[in-house]
Design a protein around this ligand. Sequence first.
Ligand SMILES: Nc1nc2c(c(=O)[nH]1)N[C@H]1C(S)=C(S)[C@@H](COP(=O)(O)O)O[C@H]1N2
Ligand SMILES: [Mo]
Length: 263
Amino acid sequence: MSGPNPQPAPHRDPDRRHVLRGLVLAGSGAMLAGCDRLDASARFHGVLSWAETLNYRLHRALVGQALAREFRPDQVSAHFPMNGSIEPHHADVVRHVPSGFADWQLEVGGLVGRPARFGLADLRAMPARTQITRHDCVEGWSAIGQWTGVPLGHVLDRVVLDPRARFIVFHCADLLGGRHPYYESIDLVDAYHPQTILAYAMAGAPLPLGHGAPLRLRVERQLGYKHAKFVMRIEAVASLAGIGAGRGGTWEDIGNYAWYAGI
Ligand SMILES: Nc1nc2c(c(=O)[nH]1)N[C@H]1C(S)=C(S)[C@@H](COP(=O)(O)O)O[C@H]1N2
Ligand SMILES: [Mo]
């Protein structure tokens, strides 16, 4: 099935209350602040067109921080396609393929108080979340997969996000079509959404290379191209201007895709 979903079905997992409590305790204030701040900065920096701004506001108003639907293990797709780049190209990352990324490190910087590097073991030692969700690609396919990773919000808290930060940018190790360095970005609302994780495992096994090893973003409330694979560097920024062509992502820059791809 392709195209936008209807509004996500009410989430009925037993851990829902736990998640909601966590939300209230940990970040609702920050998320609301992030939302307001996005409205101010994204519009004025021209990232969102007028229509996109309207879509963003409508979507946010309708679904708020609702969780994307989660599925049962028996609903996982037998075949989950690999799409876009299926291997990294950046030499600094390619050299880690043979060892299974044993000494690879994710770089987290930009507008943060404590820039840091994290290896796979560091990321695995952080709180983990496993979720079974449906991935919707604009090219017209969907697949249900199980992902495990560390909530992005946890990593951002570890490096102490600067109050000036408005967006989180994911710099990837591949070149789209062999030419364009892949990057993506999300706002702080999505960054702190409980289902937004940096996934290092799929179906309980290390993330396969073609699905973005060693680390890929799962941002379950948005379309497939937002789910950056081969993430090598995360950067907190106040504005998306000056990154790539300034539209917030590679597909946004070269394919005119919407920056906000909420589903
Ligand atoms: N770095 C990087 N991330 C990427 C892409 C890519 O080409 N490079 N393709 C995007 C698109 S369009 C989709 S649908 C998903 C595909 O993820 P999959 O290969 O795990 O199915 O990754 C997204 N993230
Ligand atoms: Mo896609």
